[in-house]
Design a protein around this ligand. Structure first.
Ligand SMILES: Nc1ncnc2c1ncn2[C@@H]1O[C@H](COP(=O)(O)OS(=O)(=O)O)[C@@H](OP(=O)(O)O)[C@H]1O
Ligand SMILES: [Mg+2]
Ligand SMILES: [Mg+2]
Ligand SMILES: [Mg+2]
Length: 381
C-alpha cells in the first residue's frame, strides 16, 4: 500500500477523536460530580447520554465539512428518537450546548469549526446523517461515539471508536480512551482520582496523564499511541506518538485475559472454562469498552474473549477500530471458528461464528480456537 494512502482520512479521524475525548471528559466529570437526569435508557435498556449524541454530532459534522456531506457515509450507533421526544427538551439543549462548545475548540485540534454556532436542527441532522447501512462496496465511516456507556456513566473506562471501511475491509482504526493512561502504572491513580473527585477534593488534572488515543492504518505494520491534548496546548502532528506493540508472552500461564464487565454481554463461565483449559492462571481483568482492544494492542493483556448470548448480533462499530489497531500492533482477531470478522455486511457482524477472540499472538490464538472446538459441545451456551 502506498505510504500516503488514507493519510488525509487518518489525520482528520485522529484529530476529531481527540476533540471527542475532551468532550467526553467534560461531560463525565459533570456526570460523576452531579446527580443529573442526563442518562437515558434506550429500548433495549442500555444507557445513552448527552456525550453519545454530542460526539456523534461532532464527528459527523467534521467529517461532512471536510469531505463534503454528499461524499460521506457514516454508520454509527445513535439515532435521534429519544432526543426528539417532547420531554427531552432539556437533554437536547444540553447536547446543542455541548456540541457547540466542542466545535468552538476545533482550531486547537487543527480543524475548522463552524463560523457560527450550529442550530438544533443542524445538530439533529448531523446525528441522523449517520444512518448509512454500509456494505461491501465503497467507503464507510464506522463510529461508536461512546463505547462502554455503562463504564462512562460509572466514571470508569470507555472509548470513542472511529474506523473507516473500504470495500468491506477496515482500513483505519482510531480509538480514544480518555481514562486509559499512557502508562499502565497510572491506571490505579485513575481510580484514586475518581475517589478524590467524589470527595470533592480534585487534584490538578494534568498530573494524572489519564487517557490516550491509539490509531493504525491497515497493512502499515504499525500502531501508534498519543497522549491527549491538555490545557491550551495545540495539536501538533504527530503529537508525541509512540509505537505500540502487542505483548510477546505466549506462555498461557503468564498471560492476562480481559473480558466485558457485564455478565449479560459475555458468557463469563464459558470463557473462564476456555482460559482454564489452555492453562491461564490469572483472574481475568474486567474492563468496559474497546479499551480491551487497546490493552491487547499495547501489551497490557494477551487475550480478550467475548461470547454474547445466542441471538445477540455484534455490531461493527463495537469492533472495527479495535481490530485494525490490534492487528497492526501484531495481534490476531477472529471469530471462534478462526475466521476474520466480516465488516462487509452492513451494521452487524453477520456470520460471526459464536464469539470473538483477540490475542496478542498466533500461538495463544491457536490454543484458544482448539479449546473452543473441544469444549463447545459440552458448553452451556
Ligand atoms: N446483550 C449484549 N450482549 C453483548 N454485547 C452487548 C449486549 N448489549 C449491548 N452490547 C454491546 O456491548 C458493548 C459494550 O461492551 P463491553 O465489552 O464494554 O461490555 S461491558 O459493559 O464491559 O460489560 C455495548 O456498546 P455501547 O452501547 O457502545 O456501550 C453494546 O454495543
Ligand atoms: Mg450503546
Ligand atoms: Mg459500543
Ligand atoms: Mg456506544
Amino acid at each position: 500500500m502506498e505510504d500516503d494512502k488514507y493519510a488525509k482520512e487518518l489525520d482528520v479521524a485522529v484529530r476529531v477523536v481527540h476533540m471527542a475525548c475532551a468532550l467526553c471528559q467534560r461531560v463525565q466529570e459533570g456526570l460523576v460530580s452531579a446527580s443529573t437526569d442526563q442518562v437515558k435508557s434506550k429500548d433495549d435498556d442500555s444507557p445513552v447520554t448527552i456525550a453519545d449524541w454530542s460526539v456523534q454530532a461532532t464527528v459527523s459534522w467534521i467529517l461532512s465539512e471536510f469531505f463534503g456531506s454528499q461524499n460521506v457515509s457514516i454508520i454509527a450507533e445513535e439515532d435521534v428518537q429519544t432526543l426528539s421526544k417532547a420531554d427531552s427538551v432539556g437533554l437536547l439543549q444540553a447536547v446543542v450546548n455541548t456540541v457547540n462548545e466542542c466545535l468552538a475548540g476545533a482550531p486547537k485540534y487543527g480543524l475548522k469549526g463552524p463560523s457560527k454556532a450550529l442550530t438544533t436542527s443542524q445538530i439533529l441532522e448531523a446525528i441522523s446523517q449517520c444512518n448509512s447501512v454500509g456494505g461491501p462496496k465503497g467507503r464507510h465511516w464506522v463510529l461508536d461515539p461512546v463505547d462502554g456507556t455503562l463504564g462512562f456513566v460509572r466514571g470508569d473506562q470507555y472509548a470513542v471508536a472511529l474506523a473507516l471501511i473500504e470495500d468491506g475491509k477496515a482500513v483505519i482504526g482510531v480509538l480514544g480512551c480518555p481514562n486509559y493512561p499512557m502508562k499502565k502504572e497510572l491506571l490505579n491513580y485513575h481510580y484514586q482520582y475518581h475517589e478524590a473527585m467524589s470527595k470533592s477534593s480534585p487534584p490538578s488534572p494534568d498530573i494524572w496523564e489519564r487517557g490516550c488515543v491509539m490509531y493504525a492504518r491497515k497493512d502499515s505494520g504499525e500502531a501508534w499511541m498519543q497522549p491527549p491534548i491538555h490545557g491550551d496546548k495545540k495539536f501538533e502532528w504527530p503529537n508525541s506518538a509512540k509505537l505500540i506493540r502487542v505483548s510477546s508472552i505466549d506462555d498461557p500461564a503468564l498471560a492476562t485475559s480481559c473480558e466485558p464487565v457485564e455478565k449479560a454481554n459475555s458468557n463469563h463461565s464459558f470463557t473462564e472454562e476456555l482460559a482454564h483449559s489452555v492453562g491461564l492462571r490469572k483472574k481475568p481483568m474486567r474492563v468496559y469498552s474497546m479499551v480491551k482492544y487497546a490493552a491487547i494492542a499495547r501489551g497490557d493483556a494477551e487475550l480478550f474473549m467475548k461470547f454474547a448470548r445466542t441471538g445477540y448480533k455484534e455490531k461493527i462499530w463495537d469492533h472495527a477500530a479495535g481490530v485494525v489497531i490490534v492487528e497492526e500492533a501484531g495481534g490476531v482477531v477472529t471469530d471462534a471458528g478462526g475466521r476474520p470478522l466480516d465488516f462487509s455486511k452492513g451494521p452487524y457482524l453477520e456470520g460471526l461464528d459464536r464469539g470473538i477472540i483477540v490475542c496478542s499472538g498466533a500461538t495463544l490464538h491457536e490454543k484458544i480456537i482448539d479449546a473452543v472446538y473441544a469444549s463447545w459441545d459440552s458448553s452451556n451456551l
